[in-house]
Ligand binder design. Structure first.
Ligand SMILES: [Zn+2]
Length: 297
């Protein structure tokens, strides 16, 4: 009997480990149709087209674009961005009419902001589900009563909350990127791109560590990004990086089917309490780079 033991153990050791379930990510993009300063010679439509091209090329099945409809009053031509988004087959969701934080408004004014975004969403929906809400500044309200009241409003109007479980501070790069292109400073731009990719990598490590600490596993992640000129440049690289890390792109509804998002898809439930996490990896801090790159000596 004993002699069989060794070969069996050897076999077990040689057997491949059970495959880990693939990492999942739903990509979302905020502040349509306008985010960040426009570099010389570019238009908002150029930015959208480059982003959409990268997303389609990487076969991302769906990307919610979260709308601030007030832009169409001052820059009506930016409606072309929204139409292009819909033409690509991607849906739009609600991000408040003029991007106000809940902390800055009364509940009534805040709810009016949500309602005022809706006519344009309805007009462009063409059967897609626009009743997903992304809180501007991710500000869900510090005041518990106010927070609960807005959640009730969202629930009674059929909204689900588009939560965020991964973000890399892409918006922090906007000013420096415009500076590097305006200068122009090719060397600075290279350093800026390297820093940006460091932010992308560091956010993956951070979100995964936080998820494992809280849930003991990788939840499907919901990534927050913005419709910015720098993202238009960087998205092919960013998406390739996620793929190389083993991420599979899924829809927002698929990601939020995970129990971790229970209170987001059902705002009648009390908001999930903050989950305890252990020590997390330090995130890359781009500030020293952003404060110095592409400035004239
Ligand atoms: Zn926003």
């Amino acid at each position: 009997m004993k002699r069989f033991l060794l070969p069996i153990l050897a076999l077990l050791a040689a057997a491949p480990a059970p495959a880990a379930p693939p990492l999942q990510m739903a990509i979302t993009m905020d502040d349509l149709p306008v985010h960040g300063p426009l570099p010389p010679g570019e238009t908002r439509l150029d930015v959208a087209r480059r982003i959409l091209k990268a997303l389609r090329a990487a076969r991302v099945p769906e990307v919610y674009g979260f709308l601030n409809a007030h832009w169409l009053e001052s820059e009506p031509e930016t409606e072309a961005v929204l139409r292009e988004w819909r033409r690509a087959g991607y849906p739009l969701g609600n991000h408040g009419w003029s991007h106000q934080g809940l902390g800055a408004l009364s509940v009534a004014d805040y709810e009016a902001e949500i309602a005022r975004d809706e006519p344009l969403l309805k007009r462009l929906a063409n059967g897609s589900d626009w009743r997903w809400y992304r809180y501007p500044f991710l500000d869900e309200g510090a005041d518990a009563a106010k927070r609960a009241e807005v959640r009730r409003y969202l629930a009674s109007n059929g909204y689900r909350i588009a939560q965020v479980t991964m973000s890399y501070g892409d918006y922090e790069y906007n000013e420096a990127y415009a500076r590097c292109l305006t200068a122009p400073d090719a060397d600075g731009l290279k350093r800026l791109e390297a820093g940006y990719m460091e932010s992308v990598r560091s956010a993956v490590d951070y979100a995964r560590a936080a998820s494992r600490a809280a849930y003991g596993r990788d939840i499907p992640y919901v990534l927050l990004t913005h419709i910015s000129p720098m993202n238009a440049r960087m998205f092919p690289k960013v998406l390739a990086y996620y793929k190389a890390q083993g991420f599979r792109f899924v829809t927002l509804a698929q990601a939020e089917r995970d129990p971790a998002y229970r209170a987001d898809v059902d705002p009648t439930l009390p908001p999930s309490p903050p989950v305890a996490t252990g020590p997390l990896p330090k995130r890359y801090d781009p500030r020293p780079l952003l404060e110095s790159v592409c400035l004239k000596p």
